[in-house]
Design a protein around this ligand. Structure first.
Ligand code: FE2
Ligand code: FE2
Length: 240
């Protein structure tokens, strides 16, 4: 906990780290138009427990993932758990929040700025696609990869219900490409996530959220395309 944070305004705190917007939102603290007050004042106005709010802000600060983990050396079942526990959880948690923000920007500015309407529509589509995509991974592909790992450990044979693991992987790869294209379109529409001059706080926050979402999705897809999938194909071959 720091006294430095207490002297900054909540608007400034969000400007410096947009992830903190979700904490303020949770406590009903206005970081946008009413953001020009200190954390102490804001908490007092909303009768929010400043220690609890500060703890949540500190948690956001500490949320950095461990630097450069060596995923190449991980067992595939562990890697699957990591992907689901970190990246799938992140996407599921972020979809409704970001949707709400980009939609609010669309409602307010969409008439004059067609870009923000398109960003909102595209994000909606992407979020929906990813939810279906992750569901397939979690219910079909990933359980099979875990079975492969278990079969290797116990020295038993295994046969896939879908021919070979290459089939669902091909489908996942195509869906990753499609998500990557959507991300690229959003990146272009936001001009590299740089909010236009004079953009309101919600607009600015939504660009920060979109950038974080894109970064996470890139790491997520990298782990699947470049580590998990090729290793699963190799492991299946080894067991046949
Ligand atoms: Fe995934
Ligand atoms: Fe995936």
């Amino acid at each position: 906990m720091s006294t430095i944070e207490d002297t900054r305004t909540v608007g400034k705190m969000v400007a410096q780290d947009y992830r903190k917007a979700e904490v303020f939102k949770r406590h009903g603290i206005d970081f946008c138009c009413g953001g020009n007050i200190s954390l102490n004042q804001a908490c007092a106005e909303k009768s929010a427990d400043i220690n609890a709010v500060q703890a949540e802000l500190d948690e956001v600060d500490s949320r950095q993932t461990a630097p450069q983990e060596d995923f190449e050396s991980w067992e595939l079942d562990m890697l699957v758990d990591h992907i689901v526990g970190v990246h799938h959880v992140y996407v599921k948690k972020s979809n409704p929040t970001i949707r709400e923000f980009v939609n609010r920007v669309k409602m307010v500015h969409g008439m004059h700025k067609p870009n923000v309407s398109e960003i909102s529509d595209r994000f909606d589509g992407l979020a929906q696609e990813l939810e279906m995509h992750m569901h397939k991974e979690e219910t079909v592909l990933f359980p099979y990869i875990k079975e492969l790992v278990a079969a290797k450990k116990s020295g038993t044979k295994i046969s896939a219900p879908f021919g070979t693991v290459q089939n669902p992987i091909n489908m996942m790869l195509a869906e990753h490409d499609s998500a990557g294209n959507e991300l690229e379109a959003i990146q272009q529409l936001t001009e590299d996530y740089v909010p236009p001059k004079g953009a309101c706080a919600t607009h600015t926050v939504s660009y920060g959220q979109l950038k974080e979402y894109a970064d996470d999705l890139m790491r997520h897809i990298h782990l699947e395309n470049n580590i998990l999938f090729p290793k699963a194909i190799a492991l299946e071959k080894e067991l046949q």
